[in-house]
Design a binder for this molecule. Structure first.
Ligand code: ATP
Ligand code: MG
Length: 421
């Protein structure tokens, strides 16, 4: 039987890779401009990390993790997101002793056992960022402004920025009680997971994707109306900073985000174009996370941005991304002497940084040229016994269709000049 890629995974083919490379380059450049450094973390971690770092009552932990035992019986999990692993690394490498704030970014794959839909996969890619050590709303504003600039540079218009505050553990304790009271006579209509959440973490019910639960929480009291004075001050300060920077936002009291560790600021950039899976990016503050993972008390803020959804959005806005340049020249050969000469020439040219291609299949010159044409090299040249003897050959410019008789000795210099131009 033919083996196919597992459900929910995608190959990224050479035809598409330039789109990925483009957004990856733009993101890395932007992060560097804001003083963020790249971090790379393992694909799998001890399962326990995600219990603590994502939260035991979240959909991710309760329903979506790829957890397995390795050969020595350890429970490991493929990372469902990046933050928990980065926090683990921060603690493990004592980054709290580094100059604060510590600003990190990443580009990684994440794994969730989800129902396959457009924009929802089992292996997907996230760009993310974590800013540790800064509790000030200026940090929240910086992260959001970086994202706004990222979308602007990519030419993506009309993503809406939705903002909310989900308070701190203090205001949340009071709110949880208010929410329980609201839900008390609706509890029988909730899904099984949410019935369990009612006692453990009722706020999670607000983020449940089950239709019956969604109906029930529509009229639920909003946390934003019940946050404490400090949290309100933080939220208002963030809003006014965004206004000063000219970043438009809407307050959405319904955002709670899918991870348990968020505090205060939560935000999403949502597309109006790509359908139900419209959240391109989600993030927020998580001042309690570091301690929950066994590290020193350290405030933090970050986001995860779905690269597949970002590319879907760019496609829906018809944003063209330039194709990469094909190799500069194809040098065809006829006969053994030419084959040997072309091999030497290509070695020399590649050493000098010229991209050139030649036959590696022992094919006829006709087949070689057909291949060159498909590849779209700017120049072609064919060498046979005559050309080797005379030291001259026709350099054909495939764009203009013109051929020029040149000496083989001058070929490299000509192509180098073309490359520099
Ligand atoms: P959703 O509400 O769509 O399930 P989420 O709250 O689970 O999203 P986060 O954990 O905040 O998402 O992840 C950040 C971003 O990663 C999302 O905004 C989205 O763009 C992307 N993302 C999350 N899950 C998937 C997935 N299964 N497939 C593709 N992209 C995803
Ligand atoms: Mg999800």
């Amino acid at each position: 039987m033919l083996i196919q890629a597992p459900k929910g995974t995608n190959d990224i083919l050479p035809e598409d890779i330039h789109r990925w490379q483009h957004v990856e380059r733009m993101f890395a450049t932007l992060c560097a401009q804001f003083g963020y450094r790249e971090i790379r973390i393992p694909v799998f971690e001890h399962t326990e990390l995600f219990f603590r770092g994502v939260g035991e009552t979240t959909d991710i932990v309760q329903k979506e993790m790829y957890t397995f035992e390795d050969k020595s019986g350890r429970s490991l999990t493929l990372r469902p997101e990046g933050t928990a692993g980065v926090v683990r690394s921060y603690i493990e490498h004592g980054m709290s002793s580094q100059a604060q704030p510590v600003k990190l970014y990443y580009n990684l794959t994440a794994y969730r056992y989800e129902k396959m839909q457009k924009g929802r996969y089992r292996e997907f890619h996230q760009f993310g960022m974590e800013l540790f050590g800064a509790a000030d709303p200026a940090a929240d504003a910086e992260i959001i402004s970086l994202l706004a600039l990222f979308f602007e540079r990519l030419g993506i218009g009309n993503l809406s920025l939705n903002l909310n505050s989900i308070g701190c553990p203090v205001c949340r304790t009071d709110y949880n009680q208010i929410l329980r009271e609201f839900l008390s006579d609706r509890i029988v209509t909730l899904c099984e997971t949410c019935r369990d959440r009612y006692d453990r973490n009722p706020m999670r019910i607000l983020d449940c994707k089950e239709e019956s639960c969604r109906q029930q929480v529509k009229q639920a009291p909003a946390l934003l109306d019940h946050i404490c004075e400090d949290c309100r001050g933080h939220f208002d300060a963030l809003c006014s900073k965004l206004e000063i920077m000219g970043i438009r936002y809407a307050i959405d009291k319904g955002i709670v985000r899918g991870l348990d560790y968020y505090t205060r600021t939560v935000f999403e950039f949502v597309s109006r174009n790509i359908g139900t899976q419209g959240t391109v990016c989600g993030g927020g503050r998580y001042d309690g996370l570091m301690e929950a993972c066994g590290g020193p008390k350290t405030p933090g803020i970050g986001f995860g941005l779905g690269v597949e959804r970002l590319l879907m959005e760019m496609e829906s806005q018809c944003l063209e991304i330039a194709l990469p340049e094909p190799p500069l020249i194809y040098i065809g050969s006829i006969g053994d002497r030419a084959i040997a000469a072309v091999e030497t020439m290509c070695c020399d040219m590649r050493r000098k940084g010229i991209s050139c291609v030649k036959d590696v299949m022992g094919r006829s010159v006709k087949a070689q040229m057909k291949y060159a044409d498909k590849m779209g090299t700017r120049y072609t040249m064919v060498l046979g016994d005559n050309e080797i003897e005379s030291g001259r050959a026709a350099l054909r410019d495939m764009k203009s269709g013109e051929s020029k008789d040149i000496s083989l000795d001058s070929l490299t210099d000509r192509l180098l000049k073309f490359k520099e131009a």
